[in-house]
Design a protein around this ligand. Structure first.
Ligand code: AMP
Length: 448
C-alpha cells in the first residue's frame, strides 16, 4: 500500500507516517511535533522498503529520516530465533548498518537511535577508531541489531573476524560526499561487498556531485530521490557578512569582533589543525578562552571539548571542517570563517551550524588578500554577493562579486552590508535575542 503522502505530500503529523506505536511515543517524548521536510518525504518510501537518495544537510532532521524506518522494520520484523533454550532471542549478526565519516557524527546517530528506539528492545554498537576496540568487540559478541560505524575501524574489525555483515537488511551511507572527501571510497567498496545485495540502501549527501551520483547508481536500486528545498537553503536564515582583513591582522580583528558583537556560542572555522591550535593560543593572549576540536585530538579530548561547549563552559569552539561536520549543537549564535574554505559547499555547511532546527544566526567571514578567489567561488554558489562590512580594499576590487540572483532571499545583500538603520547586517541575528555580553588515517586528510 502506498502511503498518504503520495496523494498529499504536505504531511503535517508524525502519526500519519504509520510508524510502530513505541517509535511514535519516543518521537513525541523527544518533543517533535511535526516531521521536517526530509522526514515527511523520506520516511514513507523507506517504510515501503524502497531505496532513498537524499540531498540534505545535517541539521535538517535526516537522522530520524533514516533511523525511524529502520527501527520500524526492526520492531515489526520478527527476530531470527536463537538456538538453545536459555539463549536470549538475539540476532547473532546485525540487521542495520549506518556508515558515516566522523566519530562525532557516529555518536550523534547512535544517540538518535537510542532516543527513537528507547521503547524497543534494540541493541546497537558504535564503532569508530582512536579508542580501544575491546568494548566494541564485546558488544558485537553479545549480539546487536544496529551498527553505527566509521568505515576505517569497521573494516579493521571485519578483517579481524569480529563483524559479519551477511545479515544486513538496511544500509545507510550518511554524509556520502564527506566520506568521499576523506578518502573512504576504497573502504566503503570493501564494506559494501560484504553486505547482501538484497537490502535496502539509503544514501544521504549534502551535495550531489557526479561521483556521488555514480555511486548511487551502483549501490542503490531505483531510489526515491529527495532534495530538501534545494532552492531554499538553510543559509537564508543566516545573516552573512564579510570583512576584508589581511592575514596577520586576523587574530586582533577576531578578538575585536568577539567583544563588539558579544559573540557567545561561536564556532570558528580554521582550515588546518595547526591553525586551530595556533588560534586558541592567539585568542588566549587576547584574554578570550576557546578550545579546539580537530582530528589530532584523542576521541576523549574531542568529546570533552564538545561537552564543554554544549554545556556553555566554553563559549568559543575552534574547529576544522572534518571535526565539526555533523556536530549537533543547538543555539550556536555565530559562525566565523576565520580561513576561507576551498570548497564552496563547505561554506554552506559551516554557516548551517548556526541555523539548526529552525533557528537563525550570524556568519562572519574574514577574507584575506589571498582568499578573494575563494570568496568569489562561494558567492557564485550562493548566487549572491556576501555583504561587506567596512571598506573594500583594492585587492578585492579587481574581482567583482556576482550579481545578486533574483530568486535569492538571503539576508542583507547590499554591498556595504549596512541595514537601513545603518547597523551592520550581522549585528543581530533575525528573530534572536541579543547575545549575552560575556565572553587516523593518512587519507583522513593530514591537515584536518
Ligand atoms: P539532524 O539533521 O538529524 O542532525 O537533526 C538536527 C536536529 O533537529 C537534532 O537536534 C534533532 O533532535 C532535531 N530534530 C530532528 N527532527 C525533528 C523534528 N521533527 N522536530 C523537531 N526537531 C527535530
Amino acid at each position: 500500500m502506498r502511503h498518504a503522502y503520495v496523494k498529499d505530500r504536505r504531511l503535517i503529523r508524525f502519526d500519519q507516517l504509520q510508524l510502530a506505536a513505541p517509535i511514535l511515543r519516543a518521537v513525541t517524548e523527544a518533543g517533535y511535533e511535526t516531521p521536517t521536510p526530509i522526514q515527511s518525504q523520506a520516511i514513507p518510501p523507506a517504510l515501503e522498503g524502497r531505496d532513498v537518495l537524499g540531498t540534505a544537510q545535517t541539521g535538517t532532521g535526516k537522522t530520524a529520516a533514516f533511523a525511524l524506518p529502520m527501527l520500524h522494520r526492526l520492531a515489526t520484523a520478527p527476530r531470527p530465533k536463537a538456538k538453545g533454550r536459555n539463549k536470549p532471542n538475539r540476532p547473532k549478526h546485525a540487521r542495520c548498518l549506518v556508515l558515516c565519516p566522523t566519530r562525532e557524527l557516529a555518536t550523534q546517530i547512535a544517540e538518535g537511535f537510542q532516543t527513537y528506539g528507547k521503547h524497543l528492545h534494540i541493541r546497537g554498537v558504535l564503532i569508530f577508531g582512536g579508542v580501544n576496540q575491546r568494548p566494541q568487540v564485546t558488544k558485537l559478541m553479545r549480539g546487536v541489531d544496529v551498527v553505527v560505524a566509521t568505515p576505517g575501524r569497521l573494516l579493521d574489525l571485519i578483517n579481524q573476524g569480529h563483524v559479519r555483515l551477511s545479515s544486513i537488511q538496511s544500509l545507510v551511507l550518511d554524509e556520502a560526499d564527506r566520506m568521499l572527501d576523506m578518502g573512504f571510497l576504497p573502504d566503503l567498496k570493501r564494506i559494501i561487498s560484504y553486505v547482501p545485495d538484497e537490502r535496502q540502501t539509503m544514501m544521504f549527501s549534502a551535495t550531489m556531485p557526479p561521483e556521488i551520483r555514480k555511486l548511487a547508481n551502483a549501490w542503490l536500486h531505483d531510489p526515491a530521490q529527495i532534495a530538501v528545498a534545494p532552492d531554499e537553503p538553510t543559509v537564508d536564515r543566516v545573516a552573512q557578512s564579510v570583512y576584508f582583513v589581511d592575514r596577520p591582522d586576523k587574530p586582533d580583528r577576531l578578538a575585536e569582533l568577539m567583544r563588539e558583537l558579544g559573540m557567545h556560542r561561536t564556532i570558528v572555522f580554521t582550515r588546518t589543525k595547526h591553525g586551530a591550535d595556533r588560534l586558541v593560543k592567539q585568542l588566549r593572549a587576547r584574554e578570550i578562552a576557546s578550545e579546539a576540536i580537530h582530528g589530532n585530538k584523542s576521541q576523549n579530548a574531542r568529546q570533552r571539548t564538545l561537552d564543554n561547549f554544549k554545556k556553555d563552559k566554553v563559549g568559543v569552539l575552534i574547529a576544522t571542517d572534518i571535526a565539526a561536520r555533523g556536530i549537533d549543537v543547538d543555539g550556536v549564535t555565530h559562525v566565523v570563517n576565520y580561513d576561507l574554505t576551498h570548497e564552496p559547499e563547505t561554506y554552506v555547511h559551516r554557516i548551517g551550524r548556526t541555523a539548526r532546527a529552525g533557528a537563525s544566526g550570524v556568519a562572519i567571514t574574514l577574507c584575506g588578500r589571498d582568499e578573494v578567489k575563494l570568496l568569489r567561488a562561494i558567492e557564485r554558489l550562493l548566487k549572491s554577493p556576501i555583504p561587506v562590512v567596512g571598506n573594500v580594499p583594492a585587492f578585492a576590487e579587481s574581482s567583482a562579486p556576482p550579481k545578486r540572483h533574483s530568486g535569492y532571499r538571503g539576508q542583507g545583500g547590499k554591498k556595504t552590508g549596512r541595514s537601513r538603520s545603518g547597523k551592520p547586517s550581522h549585528a543581530k541575528a533575525p528573530g534572536r535575542k541579543p547575545p549575552r555580553k560575556s565572553a587516523g588515517r593518512k587519507r583522513q586528510a593530514k591537515r584536518y
